[in-house]
Write a protein that binds this ligand. Sequence first.
Ligand SMILES: Nc1ncnc2c1ncn2[C@@H]1O[C@H](COP(=O)(O)OP(=O)(O)OP(=O)(O)O)[C@@H](O)[C@H]1O
Length: 286
Amino acid sequence: MLLEAQHLTKTFGEHVAVNAVDLQIEKGSFTALLGPNGAGKSTTMNMLIGLLQPTAGQVTYDHAPKLGVVFQGSVLDDILTVQENLQVRAGQYRHVPADRVTVLSQQLGLTTFMSQRYGTLSGGQRRRVDIARALINEPDILFLDEPTTGLDIQTRLAIWSLVQRLQREKKLTVILTTHYLDEADSADNVVVIDHGRVLARGTAAEIKNRYATDQLTLTSPDVAQLSAQVAQKPTRLTANQIVFSLPTMQTALDILTANRSLISNFEFRPGTMDDAFLALTGKEMR
Ligand SMILES: Nc1ncnc2c1ncn2[C@@H]1O[C@H](COP(=O)(O)OP(=O)(O)OP(=O)(O)O)[C@@H](O)[C@H]1O
């Protein structure tokens, strides 16, 4: 295991921000810490990178890996150009190849705005440069704290696919925080956090399987008869429709097959991360 956290806990006065969180991060994995605002994601990340001292529990790395960190707020200089910013950062490390900034700018698609001042870039361009900055020392683990918050959907997707590509091609270990449920879908390890506690962990598919129910909506000329024939209790009933929350698609198929003559139309919707989140926390994503 590249990184392990045991019973990681942080309190601020009376407030328990992170509450006995256990984490296991394997080399080359992509972990998303998913949770709403104030869940304790940044505090957890800050303890993992050694910026915050845990109140209890511990963080163990299996060797001394190089860390790259993309913070929520940028640490770059608005007045300097992208090129200057990255060059200054590269100069702070030993053993960085002379062409590192050029190579990174090509890999991350920065070439068209390298001579532009950082302060004049769009949100998505800034994020790319922030990521380039974090990659200068060729880290073993890249931490990103909400790298896509505030970006439009296309830019979010672009940043996300960039990070995934880096993980795959460079065998980088990636740990990021997000409050976007759809983003967690593509991580191979999702840790759902709320009120400082881990509520669920696994792949997005596992979490959805375990916590999100599928939804079957049936349209029928005789709703009363249909609901009398189906063993499952409906979650919603209208004059011509019945909605069921079902544990598996097989249950939906069984209902459809057994009651064909009473069904004029149907819609099946597999459980989403939203459904899982609602089931886990009892609330919609804040
Ligand atoms: N230095 C601090 N002093 C006091 N309380 C803090 C401090 N840092 C964080 N907290 C509190 O701890 C809780 C968790 O905060 P944290 O920033 O870790 O959440 P988060 O999940 O990263 O949220 P966001 O998505 O808004 O960044 C919040 O209630 C926050 O107010």
